[in-house]
Design a protein around this ligand. Structure first.
Ligand code: NAD
Ligand code: TYD
Length: 357
């Protein structure tokens, strides 16, 4: 791993990964290709370590010419593919972008990699890797007593987002099977941590709690997710790049099963503690149950035995510690929040998603 193309590196997980990689791999050069959609921001990439080893290219993974040019110009040997439309609620209100970016975009990258790495000669395919970053949502929804998802659980995606990610996973797998493209895939559970765009549950609740706004909980709030601190996800991907077996997929998760309501209550208590305000406390009183998401998956859970046994990975951050770090980060970074909120589409999205609930 020398010249690494990160796609979607201006988004939440991608920007954390760029920072993590520059910090941990001193010989690596990172090229970040990001279209800077509403979800991506250069604010997430301020003060990177090793700036001389970092290059940003604004552009789309759908632009084949640009992707070809980057692969050649920077002699890319590793692609870590994060770029995607990633918000389930947006996929329900507007699925088309998900099909374009997540399916056609992944296809475009795969084609470019196949052309150069598999058919480009010079034994290149021996020392390259296409790593695809995916989600647990491809497996569908679990009942309370069902065993956790493993790498062999059949795919049963329920939302347009999950279906588009499942499609992209299948394409990646097929390119390995048919063309011998050296790939790995990680399917990870819900991430949280610094730089997450504040329309996803955890940052949205932190900011609303801070400002004394209603805290919208969908349905009965008893949906269960498996939460992973973003730095743990970055470490898992790095290990898979270094030690993962070509062609394999690895499930990644935090090993916890809180209900959404519990997460929201914990955030309320943390904000009460870290930013006391008698006029707003207890912030649990701000919790407001709103109309449920259509087709809302009830429960996700990840079996992480494979990555634990084969690569020695397990999460370092317990949920309580990760949540405390995250709340503290949002409280400590009002400048980032202000800049991100200027993003034109942000208020429009909040109105669209919540006004009619
Ligand atoms: P995000 O929405 O925060 O960031 C996505 C990034 O992709 C943005 O910077 C955006 O500008 C960029 N992008 C979108 N379309 C693009 C295009 N056509 N070309 C280039 N760049 C484009 O997403 P995230 O939460 O950081 O998720 C990153 C990846 O991880 C996604 O593939 C997602 O499916 C996967 N994932 C996310 C989670 C999670 O909890 N957030 C969990 C598991 C897997
Ligand atoms: P989200 O962060 O959108 O992630 P995902 O849907 O990919 O799991 O949502 C996490 C959970 O929180 C999910 O069960 C939906 C729920 N949720 C709410 O209850 N209220 C909200 O305002 C949002 C955005 C999500």
């Amino acid at each position: 791993m020398q010249n690494v193309l990160v796609t979607g590196g201006a988004g939440f997980i991608g920007s954390n990964f760029v920072r993590y990689l520059l910090n941990t791999e001193m010989q690596v050069r990172v090229i970040n290709l990001d279209a800077l959609t509403y979800a991506g921001s250069l604010e997430n990439l301020q003060n990177l370590p090793g700036p001389a080893r970092y290059e940003f290219v604004k552009g789309s993974i759908l632009d084949r010419e640009l992707v070809d040019e980057i692969l050649q110009k920077f002699d890319i040997d590793t692609i870590v593919h994060f770029a995607a439309e990633s918000h389930v609620d947006r996929s329900i209100l507007g699925p088309q972008a998900f099909v374009q970016t997540n399916i056609v975009g992944t296809f475009t990258l795969l084609e470019a990699a196949r052309q150069l790495w598999v058919h480009g000669g010079s034994g290149r395919s021996k020392r390259v890797r296409f790593h695809h970053v995916s989600t647990d949502e491809v497996f569908g929804s679990l009942d309370p007593d069902d065993p956790a998802f493993s790498e062999t659980t059949p795919y049963a995606p329920n939302s347009p987002y999950a279906a588009s990610k499942a499609s992209s996973d299948h394409l990646v797998r097929a390119y390995a099977h048919t063309y011998g493209l050296p790939i790995t895939i990680t399917n990870c559970s819900n991430n949280y941590g610094p730089y997450q765009f504040p329309e996803k549950l955890i940052p949205l609740i932190i900011l609303n709690a801070l400002e004394g706004k209603p805290l919208p909980v969908y349905g009965d709030g008893q949906q269960v997710r498996d939460w992973l601190f973003v730095e743990d996800h970055c470490e898992a991907i790095r290990l898979v790049l270094q030690k993962g077996v070509e062609g394999e997929t690895y499930n990644v998760g935090g090993g916890n099963q809180p209900a959404n309501l519990e997460i929201v209550q914990t955030i309320c208590d943390l904000v009460d503690e870290l930013r006391p305000d008698a006029s707003l406390e207890p912030r649990r009183n701000l919790i407001t149950f709103v109309k449920d998401r259509p087709g809302h998956d009830r429960r996700y859970a990840m079996n992480i035995q494979k990555i634990n046994h084969d690569l020695g990975w397990s999460p370092r951050f317990a949920l309580a510690d990760g949540l405390r770090n995250t709340v503290a980060w949002y409280l400590d970074n009002p400048g980032w929040i202000a800049a991100i909120r200027q993003q034109q589409e942000y208020q429009g999205w909040l109105d669209k998603n919540y006004n009619s609930r």
